[in-house]
Ligand binder design. Structure first.
Ligand code: ATP
Length: 265
């Protein structure tokens, strides 16, 4: 078989983000190839969430370049685009702290994610004019199919707040998938999960990557999960990339060990 050359869907170079006098990112770089699961790791305060916030339009970076190459579309620089414009271009994310509409049902939460792809938009959905009804039904069907894949079909009519913690995390991923991303960004998806839930999450992330043909970038502190799940790992420390490689290369990298332990080994 002829090997397929790696195709980068996300290329970030020289990314800098200042908050007043604090430089949270200092020339950080990272790339994600199509179909890869990539981890962004680093000690607390290294700049990982700031990196996600810059890529997804929550923050406008002070300098640097963020390029995306969605499959079948032109390479595009997305610095400074608004969150909804970034989402429309196919980047979806979850957050470190669960952000669901707790009093809405599981299905409604996913449908809201889907509305970024509808012509009626969220306002149309709320007003429910006759033109939007058919579209609403399509969105509900599509959202239900995602929930089935995520093992949440039995919970569609429950308020999100009634779901156990691990299921709420899966619901967040379901909502992100509803936007039809080519790149899924997960901010500490295993945070607060027990070992059994973490193992199930690992299988689920793999399944999503394979079935939806996505690329995935995740921030994670659970090194066991990172080492067994990810194809590549990028390490940030004080806002800079200090290492990049396979999980095995990263595990043995003295700079990485030093960054985590804070001393020379
Ligand atoms: N909105 C903000 N305003 C000011 N400083 C900020 C802001 N967001 C992040 N920072 C600072 O930027 C630095 C990087 O924070 P960030 O949350 O990106 O790190 P992190 O690697 O995600 O950390 P953790 O692993 O603890 O979540 C920290 O010093 C943080 O206090």
């Amino acid at each position: 078989m002829i090997p397929v050359p790696p195709f980068p869907v996300l290329e970030v170079t020289n990314l800098t983000m200042d908050f007043g006098g604090l430089r949270a990112l200092n020339g950080a770089a990272l790339s994600v190839n199509r179909g890869d699961i990539v981890a962004l790791i680093g000690p607390n305060g290294a700049g990982k969430t700031t990196f996600f916030n810059c890529i997804t339009g929550l923050y406008r970076p002070s300098s640097g370049d963020i390029f995306i190459s969605p499959p079948g579309k032109k390479r595009e620089r997305i610095n400074g685009l608004k969150v909804h414009d970034v989402t429309k271009r196919g980047l979806a994310r979850t957050f470190q702290n669960i952000r669901l509409f707790q009093n809405m049902t599981v299905l409604e939460n996913v449908m809201l994610g889907r509305h970024c792809r509808s012509s009626a938009g969220i306002l149309g959905a709320v007003l429910r004019g006759p033109k939007t009804r058919q579209e609403e039904q399509d969105i509900a069907r599509h959202s239900y199919a995602i929930l089935e894949k995520m093992g949440l079909a039995d919970a569609v009519n429950l308020p999100a707040k009634n779901l156990p913690y691990g299921a709420q995390r899966r619901l967040e991923i379901a909502r992100a998938l509803a936007t039809e991303p080519f790149l899924l960004l997960l901010d500490e998806p295993a945070a607060g999960m027990n070992p059994q839930e973490t193992r199930e999450l690992e299988a689920l992330i793999r399944k999503i990557r394979d079935e939806e043909q996505l690329s995935i970038l995740l921030i994670e502190h659970d090194m066991k999960l990172v080492m067994s799940l990810c194809d590549r790992v990028t390490v940030l420390d004080y806002g800079q990339k200090i290492a990049e490689g396979t999980p095995r290369e990263i595990r043995e990298n003295p700079d990485v060990i030093k960054a985590y332990l804070g001393e020379d080994i």
